[in-house]
Design a protein around this ligand. Structure first.
Ligand code: HEC
Length: 117
């Protein structure tokens, strides 16, 4: 065996070793889909949507920019005074963009659907 043959053999072994190392490197498994399109679920798809009813559009547009409807649904049934305070807190403490004339319709909606009179 000549020197160059030995070097050639070592190079081939090194190449195979690095290929083997590459082959066992864990890869992120994508869901098997022939089109290659991956779908994800957003909170709204998981049932975290405001209950339909008068005012639900207002809640959807004003409350979902920071958190899901689950924050509302997981509260015990609150009365209108407490829901009003909650809306005002979202505005004053967290900067929610809610105008004065939107507070009452929001409180009515939340009380009717997630509260107690
Ligand atoms: C600007 C962002 C923002 C918007 C818009 C917003 N919230 Fe919140 N909300 C928060 C933050 C921040 C928390 C506290 C999260 C925590 O403590 O983990 C919170 C928490 C809550 C909670 C849990 C109880 C509490 O007081 O912490 C409720 C209920 C709630 N929000 C209702 C609402 C409703 C109803 C609206 C729409 C009228 C709304 N939020 C809009 C930021 C927002």
């Amino acid at each position: 065996m000549t020197i160059s043959k030995i070097v050639g053999t070592l190079t081939a072994v090194a190449a195979l070793t690095s290929l083997a190392a590459f082959a066992v490197t864990p890869t992120t498994k994508m869901p098997a889909k022939s089109s290659g399109v991956v779908s994800i679920s957003l909170p709204g798809d998981l049932g975290f949507a405001f209950k339909p009813g008068p005012g639900s559009n207002l809640a959807t547009s004003l409350c979902l920019s920071c958190h899901s409807e689950a924050y509302v649904a997981m509260q015990p049934p609150l009365n209108k005074t407490v829901w009003t305070a909650e809306i005002v807190k979202m505005r004053n403490a967290y900067g929610a963009k809610i105008s004065d004339d939107q507070v009452a319709p929001l409180a009515d909606y939340l009380t009717a659907n997630y509260g107690t009179p």
